[in-house]
Design a protein around this ligand. Structure first.
Ligand code: PBG
Length: 330
């Protein structure tokens, strides 16, 4: 090392801004950003989400306005999550495939009223079950895999029929990508993409989201450890991803994002498939809270975190900061 100096000075390329701009390896743009949105019943409604400051649940008319704004900011897609009323929740989550359900109507409205922005719909039962789990539960509380994927397939078809561009199973049941792909093909939805939450960890960072969709109180003290992955595991994520690709996934999701950059990087080195990552609610709320206290600079912290996800290998990022970040980047 000694001999190389002063011929090699790493600081040389950092001397001025134009050189730094030219040698930069990663860049972040609005093309990388997907905005998750929480949908609720009613008209002209907007509700604050306590554990996610600045985020709201919106009725469909408000969602349409918001999607137009997002589109004009250059956001490429929105991801929809419902907050449905308790009376529509059941053990089997059958409201999830109601052709006139909240999400189906929302997808339909967006597709009819806004051009040029992708709609990603979440395929999972947790917002629809009276117990807050992503699957159907037997009397003993066990989450039944094969019974659940029957319902997920119906849910996915109802989203595709409503016009969803991408259906995104986020439930972690086995074999659901294959089932959904078969049904989509059978029903003639040849271009509907499947974004599979392939490496989804049983993470404590999802807490604020569960408030947002109203599944927290139903879930109570139970957890999702029998289907979501153990956060101590890395090799297991390779198997999950390989399976989902073979079953017909077009894009795979890794989630959460920032505490899991090692997984993103490893998967990126190993597989030739687009990778989306999810900066989840807990990551959002952590940053938000620190910034509200003025302990961190929000713009700088957010852009740094999102760029780090790209550096690790993400093609696109679900982030509650999508709208703000798109403004900062323009
Ligand atoms: C559930 C689902 C979850 C998230 C997206 N889809 C939560 C969970 O698994 O309990 C979390 C997103 C976030 O925390 O922002 N199907």
């Amino acid at each position: 090392m000694k001999k190389r100096f002063p011929k090699v000075r790493m600081r040389r390329l950092r001397t001025d801004k134009f050189t730094r701009n030219l040698v930069r390896e990663q860049s972040l743009s609005c093309y990388d950003l997907i905005q998750p949105l929480f949908v609720m019943d009613g008209k002209d409604k907007k509700q604050k989400i306590k554990s996610m400051p600045s985020m709201t649940r919106m009725s469909i008319d408000k969602i349409i306005k918001e999607v137009k704004i997002l589109k004009n900011l250059g956001i490429q897609a929105v991801a929809l999550f419902p907050n449905i009323t308790d009376k529509n929740k059941s053990n089997d989550g059958k409201e999830s495939y109601n052709p006139n359900g909240l999400i189906q109507n929302c997808i339909n409205e967006i597709k009819n009223k806004v051009d040029g922005i992708g709609v990603i719909s979440d395929v999972a039962l947790d917002p629809y079950t009276s117990h807050g789990q992503d699957g159907i539960r037997n009397k003993k509380g066990k989450i039944l895999n094969d019974e659940t994927i029957d319902v997920l397939a119906k849910q996915a078809i109802s989203h595709a029929s409503a016009g969803a561009d991408i259906v995104a199973p986020s439930d972690m049941m086995d074999g659901r990508v294959k089932r959904i792909r078969q049904e989509l093909e059978k029903e003639g939805f040849k271009d509907t993409k499947i974004l599979s939450y392939a490496a989804k960890y049983s993470s404590n960072f999802y807490g604020p989201f569960r408030d947002a969709v109203g599944s927290n109180k139903n879930l109570g003290k139970s957890n999702k450890d029998t289907y979501q992955m153990d956060f101590a595991n890395k090799k297991e994520s390779f198997r999950e991803i390989e399976l989902d690709i073979n079953e017909g996934a077009d894009i795979i999701m890794i989630k959460p994002a920032m505490p899991y950059l090692d997984i993103i990087s490893a998967i990126n080195n190993e597989f030739n498939v687009p990778i989306f990552v999810y900066q989840v609610s807990g990551e959002y709320s952590m940053i938000k809270a620190a910034c509200q206290k003025k302990w961190l600079n929000e713009k700088k912290i957010v852009l740094e975190s999102l760029t780090a996800m790209k550096r690790a290998g993400a093609n696109a990022i679900f982030t509650y900061y999508a709208k703000e970040a798109a403004k900062w980047l323009s």
